[in-house]
Ligand binder design. Structure first.
Ligand SMILES: O=C(O)CCC(=O)C(=O)O
Ligand SMILES: [Fe+2]
Length: 359
């Protein structure tokens, strides 16, 4: 069980990027200081640690569900593979997506479980899952999904207020009675790898609630060309802003570039698992700055108009395009790597992710 494995400590001699620690209990209690810290983190790096989130038991159970499921024979897992059409839910086999401009294969496999399928269980909305997932729906998956939804929705309501948006305007774009791309994910990286697990990317959706035990996650801080590890802190989640929320905010909130590399130092000899919950908007929501709802957003969008803010794509189309274009079976050449891009589109063809991605 990954929960019980003892692994070497994160090494002290690799470059890391410290994140602001936000206390979820204080946020919930309405602390102005904590909200100010959240605003700073969300508008600068777009990543922060979240302490006291109260989801530890459910996260540990999800690590176990992921390990049990990803230990199934490949032929069994392949019955649930996400395919090449841009669907996210189900199983993603290792080596099926590009991690860089030259099409280097990824080294990770993962399991994605739709929020909609968990919430409506046992009635499938999008698809069905391996027996190991079904067996743990009630006691592990649904509690993890529900608690992660509560955490992300709470943070979203605070960001909504700080963005000067009318109450409920972001919540309305994430209604549970409409289909959405929100999902729980468990990622597995085999030991002793030398190339990227997941290439440089921004997350597609609204907010990500991530749980790491081993290092491997790296961020490229704004204005730099350097990849820095984010050190996992026990009991702390790593949260980040995705493209959809960055676009809704007219670029005020940052969806930052990150990737998954082999764990640093002696940790690289171990299998790495991570657990994430991605909140994404309803599929039919058009991704655009909410300029008609907030003066702050209108001013930001006017000051810094960006091409990818007016793609006219719905959240469903945005996610499907990005996944489809990453799939190696759909690759036509380096052009396809660019076509998979999201808000990191700025500086296309000259941006750090394209220059450094082959490193
Ligand atoms: O495994 C991690 O630490 C991050 C995974 C990630 O960035 C993703 O799945 O989008
Ligand atoms: Fe990510």
């Amino acid at each position: 069980m990954p929960a019980l494995t003892t692994v070497p400590a994160f090494p002290s001699d690799v470059p890391t990027h410290s994140l602001i620690v936000i206390d979820y209990q204080l946020l919930q209690a309405g602390s102005n200081d904590e909200m100010a810290k959240l605003w700073h983190a969300a508008t600068h790096l777009g990543f922060w640690y979240l302490s006291n989130h109260g989801v530890d038991r459910e996260v540990n159970a999800m690590f176990d569900v992921g390990a049990e499921t990803l230990a199934l024979p490949l032929a069994e897992k392949m019955k649930f593979e996400q395919g090449d059409t841009g669907d996210s839910f189900g199983y993603k086999a290792r080596g099926t997506i590009a991690t860089d401009l030259s099409g280097t294969r990824d080294t990770v496999e993962f399991l994605n479980i739709a929020q909609d399928d968990a919430v409506s269980w046992p009635r499938p909305i999008h698809r069905t899952y391996p027996s190991t997932v079904n067996a743990r729906m009630q006691d592990a998956v649904i509690p993890f999904v529900r608690k992660s939804m509560a955490v992300n929705n709470t943070i979203l309501s605070i960001l909504e207020r700080l963005l000067g948006l009318p109450r409920g305007s972001l919540a309305n774009l994430h209604a549970t009675h409409e289909p959405c791309g929100s999902e729980a994910r468990v990622v597995k990286t085999p030991p002793n790898q030398s190339t990227a697990g997941i290439g440089a990317h921004t997350d597609f959706g609204t907010l990500t609630f991530l749980h790491n035990r081993l290092g491997g996650l790296q961020v490229m801080p704004p204005g730099s060309q350097e990849w820095l590890y984010v050190k996992p802190l026990p009991g702390h989640a790593i949260c980040n802003i995705g493209d959809a929320l960055s676009i809704f905010s007219g670029g005020i909130l940052r969806s930052n570039l990150h990737r998954v590399m082999p764990p640093p130092g002696h940790q690289s000899r171990y299998e790495r698992y991570s657990v994430a919950f991605f909140t994404r908007p309803n599929n039919n929501t058009i991704l655009r700055p909410l300029t008609d709802k907030s003066r702050l957003i209108a001013d930001a969008a006017a000051k810094n108009p960006r091409e990818e803010f007016s793609s006219g794509a719905t959240a469903g189309e945005w996610t499907a395009r990005r996944i489809r274009k990453l799939r190696l079976r759909n690759r036509k050449g380096p052009e396809t790597w660019y076509e998979a891009k999201g808000t990191e589109h700025q500086g296309l063809r000259h941006g750090p992710e394209t220059v450094r991605a082959t490193a």
